[in-house]
Design a protein. Sequence first.
Length: 742
Amino acid sequence: MNIITVTLKYLIVSFIIYFFFVTSNKIQAQTNDDELKLGLVLSGGGAKGFAHIGVLKVFEEENIPITLITGNSIGTIVGALYSIGYSAQDIEDFVRAQDWEMLLLDRIPRKLKTPFKQNYEQKYLLQFDLNTKNKKLSLPSGYVKGNNILNLFSGITANIPDSVYFSDLPIPFACVAYNLETGKEELLNYGHLPTAMLSSMAIPGAFSPVNFNGMRLVDGGVINNFPVDIAKDMGADIIIGIDLQQEKDEDLQFESITSILMGIVDQIEVEKHNNNIELADIVINPELKGVSTFDFKASAVDSIMKKGEMAARKQMPKIKELISGRNIKRNNKKDIAYKHIDEWLIREVVLEDEYQNDVKFILSTLNITPNTVYTTSEIDEATKRLYAYGNFEMVNYKLKPNGMGHNLELIIKDKKESKLMLGAGFNTVDLAVIYANYSKQNYSNFFSLMMIDTKIAINPQIKMIMESNRMYYTTMGLEIGARYNKLNQYEEGSRTGKMDVVNVSASLYTNRRLQNNIDFGLGATQHYYSNSSYRRSDSDNIINLFDVDTSGFYSTLFGQFTIDSRDDVNLTRRGLYLNTKFSLLVNKGEFSNIVPIYGLKVNSVMPINDDVYLLGSFHHRTLFNTESLSSGYSNYAANTFNSYSDYSFPVLGQRGISFLEPVSTLGELGFRIGLDDKNFLTPRVQALLQFDEWKNFGFDHFNWSAGITYQTSTRLGPIDFTLGYQNEFSDFNFFGGVGHQF
């Protein structure tokens, strides 16, 4: 009886346990079966996409669950960052920290550029690529390559594996692009996440096509700007979409090439877009009329995000009603969120096989030391420094795990580029000016840069450069130049004659960059200088030829040291330029007559506030042993358009040229006042001191000048006009021009 009772109790307990587990598993299975997926769809729209951040901030406040995300273009960027664990506030901070103009236009800080890039890239209005195979003019595949934005994406997603299924991210994600080869839409859900992000936002014409997973891709907005159907295919049961498309503004619709292109794209994609709106359960459409696709200014971020917040709050009652009482799958971002790291132990720099012979040059330019910790921004700046040399079309990087640290793997695309650039200008000396530049860059050649630069005007000029940048962080070059100037000459404020100057030179030089903005150079120059001067005699008013003995050959050895931290050449807002140069001149080939020359130029700009800048400059030059020295090496005063050599002092109010004493110093102080964002007035005062020898220092030859300069920047180039008064002339002089100077 006891055995039967025990057995019965055992069976009852076993049944209860079995029933509990089976029922529990069925309930759990039923619960999992009833879980719904909420998909968030973020459309493309350029700068309008800042509204996505505002919507996400509201979703976080209201604890709205997001199971998966799809997007296009700017929606891809925001969606990808959110999917790997960035919060809405993180994305906002990221957006505010960027200089979007620099990023989207592939611009590089001036301090990182080579002297060639610093001096030439701003000067020309029109640029044409030449096909290197058949030497024909051709338009580029895109205005920018996307080098900067790809490196930015690589930095902020560096902890994501090099190749990953996007469905394995903390929040499953996918984006779309347009395949140029097949003419079809491509779903991007596997591979290198930064490249997928760039592919999805590569607006045709603005960006070059992107190579991704063996395909040539551009912005998915060409075919599917609001990919609700992709979210549906990923299993979304409920879909909330943020659509940035606005009512057409007829006044702004076709005002630029970009707007025309975007208008064509909109018409192609309209049917797909309408179908996707029908598929979505709720569509949030922020009021963004008047916001441009490329309005990435920092001042616009706040208002655009606020519009997104307002639109989300307006739809929030409907959203809560839609998800109320429904079991929506949540991704626990706190447990699986992307851990952002800003410091990396770089074990080694990895190069592709074809660049192994150039390891020294590349590593010294990067300035990355193995087994050293670097921040993401330092790595980004290092790659920009290599890219800025101009030898490469793209310089991108990946961070790949290696033990306790990471390898910095460089992906380099060689540049074999020929380019024709054209410009024009107008000024008070040359009147009309045409500029033309032909340059050829090929890193695989010893001379990686060859250039011809010409100025066609009353005072013509030509310059040819051959330069090698392949040596150990050192530039070696050959420069040949010629110029002709027709000038008026003044003495003691009165015109005394005219000068016809011919100046031909050939220079061998080497230059080494010590830091981002410090250069040290050595060189030798051979000059031919001829000055035919005509002067009116004081006694009989007869024109006589004089100074013909200055024609001849001159040799110079020089060393120079330069610091250039200016942010811009034409309208510097901050920075310092300092050049000090010491030369030994062999006068007319007579080695017994060597003339030492020392020169110093300093220009500094310091912002006082947003509208006022303090400008200071200092010019000094001392010539020793000046007996029988040619006018080609003499100190002289001239405005910037009358200079025929590097030895001029830019004196306000100066007419033509006036020769100065062997020891001359010019100091200037000015305040640039912003009338608005683009127009500036600069009152300036100058002091000019000169004497024949240091032992005769004195103020007998002291003059002062004053003036006011108007400056602005236009698509044709800078506009710069100055009205100056010099006490030696006791008169005003006006000079200036539109367009860049040679």
